[in-house]
Design a protein around this ligand. Structure first.
Ligand code: SAH
Ligand code: SF4
Length: 362
């Protein structure tokens, strides 16, 4: 038996040609697109304006990547809800729903089960890569959360588990499906893809002229330190990464966001700030400082607010726009990968190899 097609991963035009194979007219494909991508339908059965015979046929020959809520945890202030979601094969991923005072509602989605990049401060990095998610499994995270919250999303950030650009095809598809008028219609500039810094894929993304916001996880001003925190830096050092970012900014006209997780005593001194500002100088850039969310098994510390402010001041003084990520959901294990880590039965405490312990950490 051939595998049933996952219709949640298909564009409207692909749905139109797919239903043509069932001898259905193009408008049936467009109806399907609205159900699947616009309304986030959970089943074919509920597609009430399709004939019952067609719904039965669809259930036989097709499927819809559909996730279910395993667990949900809401922060004390009610602004952030973190979800553990299960795919149809039982794999679990994390997604987060954030509500802001200005009315924004932002969904943070995962692109892979686990992650193979092994950044030393990241809970997801501890588990290794399970598998890539399909586009429909990425977009359905938004649908599931919207249904659960009873609200519509205004922004989507690809900052959950996994490295989006290591799953480029599905990521691009998911961005386009979320942005499509028949989908959720999320403005392309309101969609942010965060990458650990895969240089060829950043170039590819620039060439595709997708127009989404690019966020790059930098975390260090020099290669020696960055290679210790972000192992992939050994393959794509900072100079090549910044060059690709320059190209992305030039081609798209969009400012690139650099993310910088602050680890006390490791990458957060005034000297690091000055050297970082030098490297970013002249780039169409924006710096987002993220005080590290503690992961119990990892040997880092979160810097205090004064240290964070000082770092921000130094970089800002060099003309680079800086924001500090507001602390959200620290009380609900909001750091990437932590909920899943805590929920995996029988998971052993992680023993760190000596090389993973940052030399600068006391
Ligand atoms: N793989 C992509 C996107 C997912 S991680 C990337 O690395 O960019 C999203 C952001 O969360 C990254 O900037 C990552 O460095 C950061 N992050 C990971 N673990 C964290 C933690 N414990 N505290 C704060 N930020 C963390
Ligand atoms: Fe993967 Fe991003 Fe975590 Fe690094 S920070 S291990 S790339 S999810």
């Amino acid at each position: 038996m051939t595998e049933r097609a996952d219709l949640r991963s298909l564009y409207q035009e692909e749905l139109v040609s797919w239903v043509a194979g069932l001898n259905e007219p193009p408008y049936r494909g467009r109806q399907l697109a609205r159900w699947v991508h616009g309304r986030g339908a959970r089943s074919f059965e509920g597609m009430t304006d399709l004939p019952a015979s067609l719904r039965r046929r669809l259930a036989e020959v097709a499927r819809l990547a559909t996730l279910r809520v395993v667990r949900r945890t809401t922060s004390a202030d009610g602004s952030t809800t973190k979800y553990l979601l299960a795919c149809e094969d039982g794999s679990t991923v994390e997604s987060v729903w954030m509500r802001y005072a200005d009315g924004r509602r932002s969904a943070c989605v995962s692109t892979q089960v686990g992650c193979g990049m092994g950044c030393t401060f990241c809970a997801t990095g501890l588990s290794g890569l399970g598998r890539n998610l399909a586009a429909g499994e990425i977009t359905d995270q938004v649908h599931v959360m919207q249904h659960d919250q009873g609200e519509r999303v205004t922004h989507v950030v690809f900052m959950g588990m996994g490295e989006p650009l290591a799953n480029l095809e599905a990521t691009v598809r998911a961005v386009r499906l979320l942005n499509a008028p028949y989908g959720l219609g999320v403005g392309i500039r309101r969609i942010t893809v965060s990458t650990v810094g895969l240089v060829p894929q950043i170039r590819r993304l620039a060439q595709l002229r997708l127009g989404c916001t690019l966020a790059v996880s930098l975390h260090a001003p020099d290669d020696e330190l960055r290679s210790r925190l972000v192992p992939i830096n050994r393959r794509y050092p900072i100079s090549s990464l910044l060059e690709a970012c320059r190209e992305y900014a030039a081609v798209t006209g969009r400012r690139v966001t650099f993310e910088y997780v602050l680890l006390e005593g490791v990458n957060d001194t005034p000297d690091h700030a000055r050297r970082l500002a030098e490297r970013l100088h002249g780039l169409l850039a924006h710096l987002n400082l993220i005080p590290w969310n503690p992961v119990p098994s990892l040997p880092y510390r979160r810097p205090g607010p004064e240290r964070v402010r000082q770092f921000a001041r130094i970089v800002r003084a060099q003309g680079v726009p800086v924001t500090v990520r507001v602390e959200r959901g620290v009380d609900i294990l909001a750091a990437c990968g932590q909920l899943r880590e805590a929920h995996t039965p029988g998971r052993k405490p992680v023993q760190l190899a000596p090389r993973l312990v940052p030399a600068a950490a006391p």
